[in-house]
Structures are given as C-alpha cells and as structure tokens.
Design a protein around this ligand. Sequence first.
Ligand code: GDP
Ligand code: MG
Length: 310
Amino acid sequence: MGLFSRLRDRLVKTRQGLVEKISELTRRTREIDEDFFEELEAILLGADVGVEATEELIDQLRAAVKEKKLHEPEQVQEILKEKMAILLGSEEQGLNIDQEPPNVVMVVGVNGVGKTTTIGKLAYQLKQQGRKVLLAAGDTFRAAAIDQLEVWAQRVGVEVIKHQEGADPAAVVYDALQAARARKTDVLIVDTAGRLHTKSNLMEELKKVRRIIEREHPGAPHEVLLVLDATTGQNALSQVKLFKEAVGVTGIVLTKLDGTAKGGVIIAISSQFNLPVKLIGIGEKLEDLRPFDPGEFVEALFAEEEKVGQ
Ligand SMILES: Nc1nc2c(ncn2[C@@H]2O[C@H](COP(=O)(O)OP(=O)(O)O)[C@@H](O)[C@H]2O)c(=O)[nH]1
Ligand SMILES: [Mg+2]
C-alpha cells in the first residue's frame, strides 16, 4: 500500500467525523444561508477544530461566498478545504538535526501521549536515513519507562544511556551527551517523564534537563518536540501553553491520529500557536510516524475512497 493510501486509511475516523458530515451537509443544502453556516460550525466544533479556528474558517467562508457570489454548497466545501490547508501551514517543516553533531532532540509531553513510542519510531527513521542515533532514558520515574525505551532501542538497533530508576534525569542527559560526543552520534534523542500530578515539579525537572543540555552543548537542544495525543482533543491545547512557557517548544508531534474522530484538533493547534506540527503518529508500528505535510494531510482527509487506493 502506498504512503498516501495508508495515511488516508488511518484518518478514516476523522474523515467520518468531519469531511463526510460536511459532504452530507452540502448534499442536502439547497441554499447557502445562515442555517448552513450554523450547521457547518457545529460539525467543525464537533471534530475538535476548536472555537477560534472554527470562527476563522466560517468568517473566511462567508467572505469568499460573498466575494465570489457562490450558490453551490459543493463550492463551499472546496474553499473550506483550501482554507484548512492554509491554517495547517504552508509546507512541511523538517527537523533541525543537520547541525554540528550531536544534534539534540528533547521529547516532552504528559504521560501516555506517546513520547517513548515516538522516539522509537523516530530513531528507526533516522537510522534508515543513515544517521547514528543514541537515546537517553530521561524518564527515570519508573523502571518500566526505562525498560520500554530499551525495548524500542533493541528493536531499532540503537543504544540507550540510562541510570537507575529514581536517578536525576539531568545526570542521565549529561552522561548521554558525553557518550554522544565520544561516539560521534548524529542525533541524541532524550526521553523525559510526563507525570503532572506528583509532588516533584515536572516543569522544574525539564528546565533543569534543558539547562544541562544548553550548558554542555551550546546551540542545543536543536529541537524540543512536544508530543500531544490527538484523542484528547481540546485538552491538547492547554498542554501546548504549559510546555511552551516552561521549556520552549520548537515543534509538535501529534500522535494517535488513527482511531480518533478528534483529528480536527490539528487545525486548532496549527492556527492557535506559532508552532509547526512536525510529525504525526498514525499507528503503533515503526513506520507509523510521518513528517507532517499540510497539503498531503488535507488531500488524504478529503480523499474519496474510489478516487484513490489503486
Ligand atoms: N494508535 C496509536 N497508538 C499510539 C501512537 N503513538 C503511541 N501510541 C500508544 O500510546 C501508548 C502510550 O505510549 P508511550 O510511548 O508509552 O507514551 P509516553 O508515556 O508519552 O511515553 C502506547 O500504548 C503506544 O503504543 C499512535 O500514533 N497511534
Ligand atoms: Mg514514556
């Protein structure tokens, strides 16, 4: 199966929750009136596009309808698709990992969003590209977290720098940086903890990890990727604010876009924050991490079954 078909298949729930509802609306609409816009608004909100982005889209549609004197609801769908693509950003934003090695990628986010899984997938892809990758087990909160990273590392064939459970993550990262230098690693990927509701302050811990990286390797971290779980919908937005202020995020990874109807949240994230979505997770396998290409994404979302898949 081609990459595009795979993406399209994985977005099936969001397509059902968003695009198919819009198609259904445009099919039964005779006239583009207030009721039409109200129903469209409800569909966008229901797919977690978010209040701000929804208002923006509806305003733009109203303006376009007026300006172009549109009467066919189908034409509105086409414009909506264009406007969505614009809100999602103009082009693919690659990772900043071609600086003088080691390039350091810090991966942050709350528990369960898919940080460790994303690191495994990313390590796999970077290795496929011929880069030398090293992982740092910076989530020292539970032994299981270190084990999980090691399982991925073994699967991918890269090494992990780790300490004992409960160790200082900053110390792990310090060691990992020394090792990365000694081994001429191209990319060091740092896993971190994500528990928000414990006594020790996660943000302070992450800031300290960041400070050590900055101190030991000026110019690093080259990327601070915030991992968000698409199935949490609008909750993801408050996480962006939190992490952006505390540790300075450079890009978003949106995981679990497969199996959720809340994929519209990617539009909310892209339009509300001045932060690119760099990668998307569309499954649990190694290949299920993709660079986020806004144009391709919208095409896949709006693609009809019969038009593609050959
Ligand atoms: N369906 C799906 N599951 C994912 C994706 N990314 C991660 N997961 C799952 O989410 C769960 C939590 O992932 P994990 O990497 O442990 O999250 P962490 O706590 O942030 O490190 C695991 O069961 C993963 O398999 C994705 O893109 N799609
Ligand atoms: Mg983890």
